[in-house]
Design a protein around this ligand. Structure first.
Ligand code: MLT
Length: 275
């Protein structure tokens, strides 16, 4: 029987994964994958907007939130393996997948390898490229900086890049929530993920293989995965729709949840009614 609610723990292949599972039993399933270094709580506004008509699952990636870290080195492939194992454990054959940034890397990697498991994709503030040599170096420097200067300094520096300029005056609650997520992340998970992200493979060369409907959302002022990266994916994915979110940077779902949710709801209802 389905176990629904918030903060549910399940042991999947020896790893404890924490997730929320809300909404009616027989409704279409949408799985949310958070970015780095956040946790499932980043999808609060989207869960509230969808849970009346959809089964909404938001889980903590291993090492984040209340999920266990396990013993392996982190990689996007390992995160995909966890996602598929979670779906199997919850007896979900097929789902819509929504990922932001690192969550988008996981979603893209998952759909090109296991296309039969997903009916639609929502890619938010993400891109399909691998790290450049400079980006890899920055990841390693970040690891050193966290070791030397601590997580508070890392959180402060990261926040400056995540949000659109105006969010710092208009959305102090959102900023405080994201800061809390960063500060709560285990240091070991930061190291393991920074390393894993630096080693990730590109998925740009596989985009033309995606045949399900795809919604691409990006904050107009996203400087980490900018609108041009979203336009590139839109150009390569046949059945894709692109929407650029106003008054938002890299965490567009938190910075402008109204516009984000309008697009999200329109897309998932068109996909669900077409099935
Ligand atoms: C994220 O928000 O998940 C990160 O910006 C991804 C990354 O560092 O590549």
């Amino acid at each position: 029987m389905r176990n629904s609610g918030k903060e549910i723990k399940i042991i999947v292949k020896n790893l404890t994964i924490c997730y929320n599972d809300e909404g009616p039993d027989q409704s279409p399933v949408i799985i949310f994958i958070h970015g780095f270094p956040f946790n499932r709580s980043m999808w609060h506004f989207q869960t509230e907007a969808l849970k009346e008509n959809y089964r909404v699952i938001a889980y903590d990636i291993r090492g984040f939130g209340n999920s266990d870290t396990g013993d392996e080195d982190f990689s996007i492939e390992l995160f995909v393996y966890d996602l598929l194992n979670l779906m199997d454990a919850l007896k979900i054959g097929k789902a819509m997948l929504c990922g932001l940034s690192m969550g988008g890397y996981i979603a893209l990697n998952a759909i090109v390898r296991f296309p039969e498991r997903f009916s639609a994709l929502i890619l938010c503030d993400t891109h399909c490229i691998a790290d450049s040599p400079e980006a890899k170096e920055t990841r390693l420097k970040n690891i050193e900086n966290i070791r030397e200067k601590g997580i508070e300094k890392y959180a402060g520096d990261t926040l400056k890049k995540l949000f659109a300029e105006e969010s710092f005056t208009t959305n102090t609650k959102g900023i405080a929530a994201v800061e809390e997520m960063i500060l709560k992340t285990k240091i070991q998970s930061l190291y393991l993920t920074l390393h894993g992200l630096s080693e990730r493979k590109e998925t740009c060369s596989r985009l033309s293989e995606i045949t399900v409907p795809v919604l691409i959302l990006v904050g107009k002022e996203d400087i980490i995965t900018p609108p041009d990266a979203a336009r590139f994916m839109h150009g390569k994915i046949k059945q894709s729709v692109l929407h650029i979110i106003d008054r938002a940077g890299h965490v567009s779902n938190i910075e402008n949840p109204g516009e984000f949710n309008t697009q999200l709801i329109r897309f998932v209802s068109s996909v669900s009614s077409a099935v």
